[in-house]
Design a protein around this ligand. Structure first.
Ligand code: T1G
Length: 700
């Protein structure tokens, strides 16, 4: 055995314990320790049965993802699991916390499984652009049947211990979450695990072939193609699962391994593994003193009962924090509280929360029209009108109403935090908490660090973000911070292309084909074209470029604000998108006035112009230190703007494309550009330097 795998005896039962914090990942030492432990137990005649368990807060959460980018090391997991399954002594696996990926595969190689009541069991490999690579596509269908296996593996969603028991994935559920109690139950099970009819090995179970299995696989292939558009791993997984029906176990395992290795070597898996770790590093701010403890936050004040304010209030209430929602107008306050109740009722109807949870969340939110009710709040999040003057007045009021240590955050999506902080006597407790709409759904939160924001304020905001289940990125102050500043460049190019001859449909289809969740013009129609129109006119430093968002301004000038006026870049009939013909006519006429000659624009040019604009601006943001890491920029785009996860984010994609190629393409656009576009398309120095040095953005 070794430091991460130990064995102790409980009477004649060998208890193998894996202890590899934080999640008992199946690193090489764990695999080697397991192999040795199983082998020595097999040879020991005093051992009648084996219990396999984990120390710490969870059972094995998977293979060690950190090892995937390195040369594989023996023993490989499938071989270790085959040794577990081949044991002539019953192996009972005690499960608690999460049994995921290789962890569940290990459990299924065991002969019996005993799980804690709140244990989650899943094969989430497709979240990483992979498929289960250690027998999961063969053993799961044998235990649960093909259809649940298809659902679990293609969706990557774990199931509860109760559902696992119903479907034969576990043999007993212990009404406790205490790992020791689960161990005792497994020991009791081991003492009774008589193999009257010989070992019960998962591999020997014959998969029941559903009558209309061809139709079932056809359904899963087409459904998965829609849900996981452009992703290869889920389709590979379906192929592997189908082999559980039409190939002998060992041949099917060989195919699974072949598909797994192909996925592991793919750019899609590299991108999704990058995203996994990027989301876990973005809240670790370089240089921030790790010994600083966050302030206590139990009571939150939210200002503004509009779409954002009510969503923000729900984020805190759903995490069990008390909320006081301030809205000066009685009507708006009642409307906001009603909206909150409606949204929670929707969540209850969809089974996302229980009725009691819904009532508890609603009870945590109290409305007020008076600032005096903020006298004892620990944090305020302001989500009022996007006007610097309004915000400065509010923060001055908060300064005199709240305790001096109360954290004051603004939800502004682009205004200068430093200017807002200057309205208070304690700017060290002012920062930005930029939620993304709808706030109670989107996981991304930009925590904007002002010039005078204290480290403790930043630590507290990041801690609160984690408590409310957000993926928080600490960013610096500039117009639009990181996400919206880059989105402005993306939209700028879409607008320019509209005057050069591309239609809204051309652009949106090109970007959806590239992998974006929605096209930029459909997004603008949905949120309202007038929002950007007003914001551009509020800017302290608007670009001196008459063509800057000229297409969007033209729509607003023609009172075409988007879905809310049933006309924007597209025409709508009761919310349903019709076509873009009217907008195209207006754009053609405008282009004629501007002397811009229409031309045919390829899908590739549209995709290049919009994605390279993102990359170039992201590099500038890195140069200026507005984002600490390239991967933070990726996290923002993956979680706030529908960037395809299997491309890893704009900076990850640039590294994958090759920075020399990126600079070459930007230079080519620059060469053809004129007017203000010349400055837009000057390649960022960082890109040019890295293209020469051969280093990557992800190493910055
Ligand atoms: N490998 C390596 N490190 C991991 C890890 C893993 N599988 N899972 C988590 N970590 C690290 C994570 O980076 C973080 O590190 C710390 O643990 C806490 O994680 C062969 C091929 C289990 C639900 O996809 O979903 O098995 O930041 O912040 O919120 O077929 O971690 O502290 O340095 O997420 O409590 C399949 C991935 C792998 C599960 C816990 N398994 N993990 O969530 O903590 S592929 C997965 C999670 C595989 C086999 C295939 C979550 C969690 P640090 P955390 P958490």
């Amino acid at each position: 055995m070794n430091s991460v795998v130990t064995v102790n005896m409980e009477n004649s039962v060998a208890v193998i314990t894996i202890d590899n914090p934080p999640v008992n990942a199946l690193s090489q030492p764990v695999r080697e320790g397991l192999r040795q432990a199983i082998s020595s137990a097999a040879d020991d005649k005093d051992i009648s049965a084996i219990v396999l368990r984990c120390a710490g807060r969870t059972f094995v959460a998977g293979a060690d993802i950190k090892e995937f980018g390195k040369p594989p090391m023996q023993p490989h997991l499938p071989a270790v699991l085959n040794a577990v399954e081949a044991s002539d002594k019953p192996v009972i696996v005690a499960l608690h916390g999460n049994a995921l990926g290789g962890g569940l595969e290990l459990a299924m190689a065991g002969h019996y499984r005993v799980a804690s009541a709140r244990c989650k069991l899943g094969l989430p490999e497709t979240n990483l652009g992979l498929i289960p690579g250690a027998g999961g596509t063969q053993r799961l269908p044998r235990l649960t049947g093909v259809e649940l296996a298809l659902d679990m593996i293609t969706s990557a969603r774990p199931i509860s211990a109760t559902k696992a028991l119903e479907h034969g994935l576990v043999d007993e559920v212990v009404d406790s979450d205490d790992a020791d109690e689960v161990l005792q139950a497994a020991l009791a099970f081991a003492s009774g695990a008589a193999w009257n009819d010989g070992p019960r090995r998962t591999r020997d179970i014959v998969v029941a072939s559903p009558e209309d299995y061809q139709k079932i696989f056809e359904f899963w292939r087409t459904t998965t193609e829609k849900k996981a558009r452009g992703q290869h791993a889920p389709q590979f997984a379906i192929d592997a699962i189908e082999h559980s029906l039409n190939l002998p176990f060992d041949e099917a395992i060989a195919k699974e391994r072949e598909y797994f290795l192909e996925c592991k070597a793919s750019p899609q898996s590299r991108a999704m593994r990058h995203a996994f770790f990027a989301e876990r590093s973005c809240s670790k701010v370089p240089g921030l003193d790790a010994s600083i403890s966050p302030q206590s936050v139990q009571h939150v004040g939210v200002i503004g009962a509009g779409t954002m304010g009510t969503g923000i209030a729900m984020c805190f209430a759903s995490a069990g924090l008390q909320v006081t929602l301030l809205e000066l107008s009685e009507d708006n306050l009642q409307r906001g509280l009603g909206l909150i109740r409606e949204r929670y009722e929707q969540s209850r109807q969809r089974g996302r929360i229980s009725e009691s949870q819904m009532h508890a969340n609603i009870a945590l939110i109290n409305g007020t029209q008076s600032y005096t009710d903020f006298a004892d709040v620990d944090l305020v999040v302001e989500a009022a009108f996007e006007s610097m003057q309004v915000k400065r007045e509010i923060f001055a009021q908060l300064d005199s109403t709240c305790r001096p240590d109360t954290l004051l955050a603004t939800n502004t999506s682009y205004l200068n935090i430093n200017t807002i902080a200057e309205a208070t006597a304690h700017p060290e407790r002012v920062l930005g908490m930029h939620f993304f709409s709808p706030a109670h759904v989107m996981k991304l939160l930009e925590v904007v660090n002002g010039e005078q924001t204290s480290s403790r304020s930043l630590v507290t905001a990041l801690n609160v973000a984690k408590r409310i289940g957000k993926i928080a990125c600490a960013v610096g102050v500039c117009y639009g911070f990181v996400g919206n500043r880059m989105y402005s460049c993306y939209g700028r190019e879409a607008n320019a292309l509209l005057l050069e001859g591309a239609t809204p449909s051309d652009i949106d289809q090109a970007m959806q084909q590239w992998g974006m969740a929605m096209g930029p013009l459909a997004v603008t129609d949905m949120s309202g074209i007038d929002i950007g129109y007003k914001a551009r006119r509020e800017r302290e430093d608007p670009p001196a470029d008459p063509l800057f968002f000229r297409a969007a301004d033209l729509m607003v000038e023609n009172e075409r604000l988007g879905q809310k006026t049933s006309a924007g870049f597209y025409d709508y009939d009761s919310g349903k998108k019709l076509d873009d013909k009217t907008a195209v006519q207006l754009l053609k006429r405008e282009a004629g006035k501007l002397g811009i000659e229409a031309r045919d624009i390829s899908v590739e040019e549209i995709q290049q112009r919009l994605i390279l604009a993102l990359i170039n601006e992201g590099a500038r943001i890195l140069e200026e230190g507005i984002a600490a890491r390239a991967s933070d920029i990726d996290v923002i785009w993956l979680n706030g703007y529908g960037f395809p996860r299997w491309r890893g984010g704009p900076m990850c994609y640039a590294d994958e494309l090759g920075l020399d190629q990126v600079v070459r393409q930007i230079d080519a656009i620059h060469a053809k550009a004129d007017g203000a576009a010349k400055s837009y398309w000057r390649a960022a120095d960082l890109l040019r330097d890295l293209a020469v040095s051969g280093d990557k953005l992800s190493e910055q």
